[in-house]
Design a protein around this ligand. Structure first.
Ligand code: F6P
Length: 324
């Protein structure tokens, strides 16, 4: 019978992580368990940095972006010694179960702990939406909305000056955020890691938009694309052919991660947090709580660890048609 559990947030923060901590805490309390928050992700696990979480401790955070527990990318946890220290601290504190709120790297870490025999369940949360095991992850919807709001504004000034903008959005290994931002904003071109696109091809899409009589052109570029915004900007510096539009570049970067969670992320966080706790309560460990086909499901961490979810390349064609 479990009596004490802990929860941590790890990797890049995502809007809705606080709502997930709150859900894990209150659903765990409803099971009669004591709950601890681990500070700064796996780093806090290695150093045994815990704070008790009560119903009131997690009050007033459901609407806040970021993570009040802090997050970090811990190199020490990746070592055998670091993981041993983490398990020693958990055992000394009498903690018998752990919830990991995070993305790809974080859930891979959770799987390692599970394989070492510690009861751990994951909660799918990353703005990248690159986790196998969940169609959508906590934070994606808010990050997308922030990117769209920014591009809506850019389009206004771009149209006034007849300019093209290269807009970099986050997404290290996965172009989902760029693809959906491109579709939602009506971008003329989308550059993602999964599909090779030369700088010359990008130039052609900008020229074609100018020739169609458009007042502006938007190119959404994923951070992880081979031709990311810096590379494209360097290419266009020496580009002699007339683009039609004057060109500017902007990187949205961490602005996308810092927003307050919108409705979708808050409710997803509530459902995934509850699902991870309920799974542990029935003795189901080593699983990720995610959403598939609109249903909340659990998938073994072993099946998702180290994998990156692909995108549907047909959506690039749709984006192209919609931007005509
Ligand atoms: O994993 C989420 C993410 O925002 C990626 O899109 C991005 O590449 C990375 O985190 C940035 O990490 P950091 O905040 O450590 O610079």
């Amino acid at each position: 019978m479990i009596k004490r559990v802990a929860v941590l947030t790890s990797g890049g923060d995502a809007p809705g992580m606080n709502a997930a901590i709150r859900a894990v805490t209150r659903v765990s309390l409803s099971q009669g368990w004591q709950v601890f928050g681990v500070k700064n992700g796996y780093q806090g696990l290695v150093s045994g940095d815990y704070v008790p979480l009560e119903a009131r401790t997690v009050g007033g955070i459901v609407q806040l972006g970021g993570t009040f527990l802090g997050s970090a990318r811990s190199l020490e946890f990746k070592t055998e010694n670091g993981r041993k220290k983490a398990l020693d601290h958990l055992s000394k504190a009498g903690i018998e179960g752990l919830f990991v709120i995070g993305g790809n790297g974080s859930q891979t870490g959770a799987n390692v702990l599970h394989q070492m025999g510690f009861p751990v369940n994951g909660i799918a949360s990353t703005i990248d939406n690159d986790l196998v095991g969940s169609d959508i992850t906590i934070g994606v919807d808010t990050a997308l909305n922030i990117a769209l709001e920014a591009i809506d504004r850019l389009k206004v000034t771009a149209s006034s000056h007849r300019r093209a903008f290269l807009v970099e959005v986050m997404g290290r290994d996965c172009g989902y955020l760029a693809l959906m931002t491109g579709i939602g904003s009506g971008a003329e071109s989308i550059v993602i890691p999964e599909v090779e696109m030369s700088a010359e091809q990008v130039a052609q899409t900008i020229q074609a938009a100018y020739k169609r009589g458009k007042s502006h052109a938007i190119v959404v570029v994923a951070e992880g694309a081979k031709n990311e915004v810096d590379t494209l900007s360097a290419f266009f510096k020496n580009y002699k052919t007339d683009l039609g539009f004057d060109l500017r570049a902007i990187t949205l970067g961490h602005v996308q991660r810092g927003g307050a969670p919108y409705a979708f992320d808050r409710t997803l966080a509530a459902r995934l947090g509850a699902s991870a706790v309920e799974a542990m309560a029935r003795g189901q460990y080593g699983v990720l709580a995610g959403s598939k086909g609109g249903e909340i499901v659990t998938t073994p961490l072993a099946e998702i660890a180290g994998k990156t979810k692909g995108i549907d390349p047909r959506l690039l064609q749709l984006a192209d048609i919609l931007s005509q």
